[in-house]
Design a binder for this molecule. Structure first.
Ligand code: NI
Length: 163
């Protein structure tokens, strides 16, 4: 298990358009494995390679649904449907949440770790995570899209006792 350091906003690598992977190498396998380890260690549901300082089009997602760990190389959204609004955060932007409008359902095509093309259809949280991570590959952060940014910890304090 190898953990990588998660870079934080405003690191410029988070604003780059990441490069497509042209060849699957042992380095890409190690990158995918390290990204999953780093995501789980940080209690995240997704991680994009730029978030560990690597400007390549690689993401991992695990929202705890039936898909389990999803590894994607050169992912591309080919279909979007519907709409959802919900809270998001980002491992590169600690202590900040915000409401973001996303498609409810997306179809994404990508390469798996062997370089084989596949498609995945995700809804709700899975769709949200995929859109968030693929945005990272284009230098877009959720704070660019969010309304009412807030510190989730401060908000919890202000909410008072639950009734
Ligand atoms: Ni993020």
């Amino acid at each position: 298990m190898a953990l990588r350091i998660i870079v934080k906003d405003p690191d410029p690598v988070l604003r780059e358009v990441a490069n497509p992977v042209s060849k699957i190498t042992p380095n890409i396998h190690k990158l995918l494995t390290d990204m999953a380890d780093t995501m789980y260690d940080a209690d995240g549901v997704g991680l994009a390679a730029p978030q560990i300082g690597i400007s390549k089009r690689v993401i991992v997602v695990d929202v705890g649904d039936e898909h389990g760990l999803v590894e994607m190389i050169n992912p591309e959204i080919v279909e979007k449907e519907g709409e959802q609004v919900g809270a998001e955060g980002c491992l590169s932007i600690p202590n900040l949440n915000g409401e973001v409008k996303r498609a409810f359902k997306v179809r994404v095509k990508a390469l798996d770790r062997e370089g084989n093309p596949f498609e995945l259809v995700g809804e709700e949280l899975m769709a949200r995570a995929l859109q968030h991570e693929i945005d990272h590959l284009n230098g877009i952060l959720f704070t660019d899209l969010a309304t009412n940014l807030y510190d989730p910890n401060a908000r919890r304090r202000n909410e008072g006792p639950r009734r």
